[in-house]
Design a protein around this ligand. Structure first.
Ligand SMILES: C[S@@+](CC[C@H](N)C(=O)[O-])C[C@H]1O[C@@H](n2cnc3c(N)ncnc32)[C@H](O)[C@@H]1O
Length: 851
């Protein structure tokens, strides 16, 4: 076994032991041994059991259970950050020691899930105790616990790294639980510090929120949770989120992540954040006005999350390969992009609105320097908010007021010291005072001539950073005049996390006129976004624009990280989930001609290359047939809220539903000539039945399981209530004859439904006759197919499994025993068979599909 879980420290903030250079294959090792360590660099924390234990290569075995098989050393890193004084010199050893240990896994319960309370009590009543007994020595320490600083006990911390969770058999049941609930959307596995920025955004359910650099979407999901948290059954919040990312492939991960939320209040876009369109409606121009009833005239947001691309050295505990790659240029190369993105965010923010700027980097050039530059440019119209009284239990440190800039062997303390030939790379905005080069007199610009530069602290190495005995930062470096102490630095050794930087900004008045204007360079419709080149060629980027989907998927689980990738346990969908679905539609003679190679795609394209159009679905005949079949109450707002991605309205396969807020933005987008490049929008509400499912059914569209909770309170026909016993029977068998239900009355009612899609609600009482049928947030319902002689469920195997588990726990609890998740696997045998397979076995002509 790789881990000795029982030897985990009892202290939840345990201080790991430092690996010496010797034990990690450094000096003193043979050439072969060092080569072995080099080869293992890519496999850190993902070694298979059959691989040789690297510690066996060393005569002096590691003293800790948390060894890593490669050198977690980078002298440049140490020198750079010692010089920057990001921690006190006395703390240095503790700081780097924790950076060299794997990050404990953390996760968050989806506060808007109808099962949030069930999940929390399962964690509290089952896992806390069982894990303590099973894996922690002496049984005294909690192996999992809620994060004290996260409101409502929704976020949890474990004492296990991701690899421990995956590899250790004792933890298997817990790991399975995390995987299933994560896939369903009841929990999100996310690094604890990455959950902090959305909390400081102070989002309300009626807010319009822009998440500028959103992929893979952990924070977007969190924003949606907040927006949906107190939503009542059948209603939608007034607010919405636009989640944007430059990288198409990462956008697809984002779409997959947020799909778990089943929200109608989200638009996913694909723009360079620094040029995000403002969609300002110019009334003088005669745009083709496709929608007239929207009431917004430009995009402005109540909240903006600016979680920018960064060097990511705060994630070293999850991505230890970064030890090898790290150099100070990584942060410097991103600085100007970060400033541009933040500035665009502020220009799209309402006066009075809040923007959070965050990075998972510890580098002041990407953090305090960016915030200072933004404040400088905004000239008093934006303030840095003191949030020290918010989330008091979160341990954080004030932002730095002083720092230096390193370039090619030299430390600079002021912009005036930078040689002219380096001024296109080392920008004046990187310095605390930000004195611009153009404001410097020639007498100060003597670097070109090699004259004496008194305030440059010279280093020695070209390839690494040689720190001099740092005098005292306060004496050598200039200080910023802005209250940068209001920024927050979260350090790994303070509460056993990764590192993060967060600044909360408030727009108090309009920006200076020039900055408030919509961006002059906007992405050209139908043109691929240009590759922006960074100023410094040495700079590697973590913005992943060069990352292929394959690379994304190939990332080892333990390296998964929302700033790089967050795909653990994700069943990865193909790109353009929404776009490509229309392409799979059956074609009749009429549209066959569109299949001419190279032509069809062009014709189905919207304004943006590779992205299908977003169109309002207004086919009254179809809408009325749906309304009649399901008896949908007039109060359900259909009007203008249905959207499709297929311009051929007669062959629409999927119909999406959008909130009023999203509808308004789509309307605005049409009016301004579709400036927004929308890759995903809306909640799949209706899906056309395939021929296999029964073309004889009176209604051509079934209700999708994602959309069901929204429309459920408004459905008056094709709906039946099953006792918990019959409901469980359906979930377990997927396919039950009318005559086989325990409650014969229920079987009869089901038989009396029209053929096709129907809804089965689980009654609370065991006898359905006594039940009052009010739909509320706790109502459990599934879509089914009423065939000739039986009911078949139309829910994915995964959803079925989850629902069954919840049901069993509830029934168990009602009987007085404590819930026991293990029962589920026994009952359903782990893998639930897809409904399609089961249906293939029955004699019905109608085949229900997995929704
Ligand atoms: C730190 S990650 C974002 C993590 C995300 N907020 C989350 O919580 O899951 C930065 C993201 O910025 C994206 N990105 C890089 N350059 C960008 C740009 N110019 N505009 C928009 N997004 C960009 C990257 O593709 C990456 O997904």
């Amino acid at each position: 076994m790789i881990f000795q879980i029982k030897t985990l420290s009892k202290n939840p903030n345990w201080a790991p032991q430092l690996h010496s250079r010797e034990t990690m294959g450094g000096a003193g090792r043979s050439r072969t041994q060092r080569k072995h360590f080099r080869q293992n660099r890519q496999n850190v924390w993902k070694r298979s059991k059959s691989d040789p234990d690297p510690s066996s290569l060393s005569s002096d075995k590691p003293q800790t259970t948390h060894w890593t098989p490669f050198e977690t050393q980078n002298p440049s890193f140490d020198s750079y950050y010692k010089e920057q004084r990001i921690v006190d010199p006395q703390e240095w050893e503790q700081f780097v020691a924790i950076l060299r240990t794997p990050l404990p896994a953390s996760f968050r319960i989806n506060s808007s899930s109808q099962f949030a309370d069930d999940i929390r009590s399962q964690l509290e009543n089952d896992f806390v105790h069982s894990l303590r007994a099973e894996v922690v020595e002496g049984g005294e320490t909690e192996a999992i616990r809620p994060l004290a600083w996260y409101p409502g006990n929704f976020a949890w911390h474990s004492n296990f790294s991701r690899m421990e969770l995956r590899k250790n058999q004792t933890l298997e049941r817990f790991h399975e639980f995390l995987k299933l609930e994560n896939e369903i959307g009841n929990i999100t596995r996310q690094e604890a510090v990455s959950m902090v920025p959305p909390l400081f955004l102070d989002v309300h359910p009626d807010h319009f929120v822009l998440d500028m650099c959103a992929a893979p979407g952990s924070k977007t999901f969190q924003l949606l949770e907040i927006i949906h948290q107190s939503t009542k059954a059948g209603s939608l919040p007034d607010g919405m989120v636009i989640a944007n990312d430059l990288d198409v492939q990462r956008c697809n991960l984002l779409i997959h992540q947020t799909k778990r939320m089943c929200t109608a209040n989200l638009i996913v876009t694909n723009h360079e954040a620094q040029h995000f369109p403002g969609c300002r409606l110019n009334k003088n121009k005669n745009y083709e006005k496709m929608e007239s009833d929207h009431n917004i005239h430009q995009l402005v947001f109540d909240r903006v999350l600016c979680d920018v691309p960064c060097s990511g050295d705060g994630t070293l505990r999850k991505a230890p390969d970064m030890w090898r790659k790290w150099n100070s240029g990584m942060g410097q190369g991103l600085h100007s992009l970060q400033v541009l993105i933040a500035m665009r965010g502020l220009s799209l923010l309402k006066v009075g609105g809040r923007m959070v700027y965050s990075t998972c980097s510890m580098n002041p050039i990407e953090n305090e320097a960016v915030v200072a530059e933004v404040l400088r440019r905004c000239g008093g119209s934006v303030e840095l908010v003191d949030v020290s009284s918010e989330l008091p239990q979160l341990i954080r440190r004030p932002g730095l007021k002083r720092w230096k800039v390193y370039d090619k062997g030299s430390w600079f303390v002021s912009s005036k010291d930078v040689p002219k030939f380096r001024r296109s790379v080392i920008l004046s905005s990187m310095f605390p005072s930000g004195i611009r080069y153009q404001d410097l007199g020639d007498s100060n610009c003597n670097a070109d001539t090699g004259d004496d530069i008194t305030s440059v602290v010279n280093g020695k190495a070209e390839d690494g950073i040689e720190a001099l005995e740092n005098p005292v930062m306060s004496e050598s470096a200039e200080a910023s005049n802005f209250p940068l102490e209001h920024c927050m630095r979260i350090m790994p050794h303070d509460q056993n996390t990764g590192a993060f930087f967060i600044a909360v900004l408030q727009k108090v008045s309009p920006l200076p006129a020039l900055l408030e204007k919509p961006s002059t360079i906007i992405d050209e419709p139908n043109v691929e976004p240009p590759n922006h080149s960074l100023e410094d060629a040495q700079t590697p980027q973590i913005n992943s624009s060069e990352t292929t989907l394959e690379e994304v998927l190939a990332v080892p689980e333990e390296n998964v990280n929302d700033n790089i990738y967050n795909t653990e346990d994700l069943e990865v969908i193909t790109c353009e989930e929404q776009n490509s679905e229309e392409a799979k539609e059956p074609h009749n003679a009429e549209n066959t001609e569109k299949k001419v190679p190279g032509k069809r795609k062009l014709q189905s394209q919207g304004k943006w290359r590779g992205v299908d159009p977003v169109l309002f679905f207004k086919d009254e005949a179809v809408i009325n047939s749906i309304k009649d079949f399901y008896g949908i109450d007039e109060r359900f707002p259909f009007n203008g809220r249905l959207v499709t991605r297929n311009s051929d309205m007669s062959h629409v396969k999927r119909i999406y539903y959008v909130s009023k807020s999203v509808k308004d933005i789509l309307g605005l987008n049409f009016s301004v000539g579709q400036q927004l490049k929308i890759t995903s929008v809306g909640l799949k509400m209706f899906e056309r039945q395939t021929a296999r499912e029964g073309s004889s059914a009176p209604c051509a569209f079934r209700i999708s399981s994602e959309g069901l909770p929204i429309i459920l309170p408004f459905i008056t026909k094709q709906i039946v209530h099953a006792s918990p016993v019959d409901f469980k029977h359906l979930l377990q068998d997927k396919d039950v004859k009318f005559t086989d239900f325990a409650d014969a009355q229920f079987g009869e009612k089901a038989a009396n439904l029209l053929p096709g899609c129907c809804v089965v609600i689980m009654a609370k009482a065991s006898t359905v006759a006594t039940e009052s049928f009010e739909v509320d947030e706790s109502t459990i319902a599934i879509g089914c197919w009423r065939g000739r002689a039986r009911l078949s469920v139309m829910v994915t195997a995964m959803d079925c499994q989850e629902m069954l588990e919840r049901l069993l726990i509830r029934l168990d609890t009602e009987k007085g025993s404590s819930g026991h998740v293990g029962k589920l696997s026994d009952d359903v045998g782990g893998e639930v068979q897809p409904v399609q397979e089961l249906n293939d076995k029955n004699d019905d002509d109608v085949k229900a599909a997995v929704s």
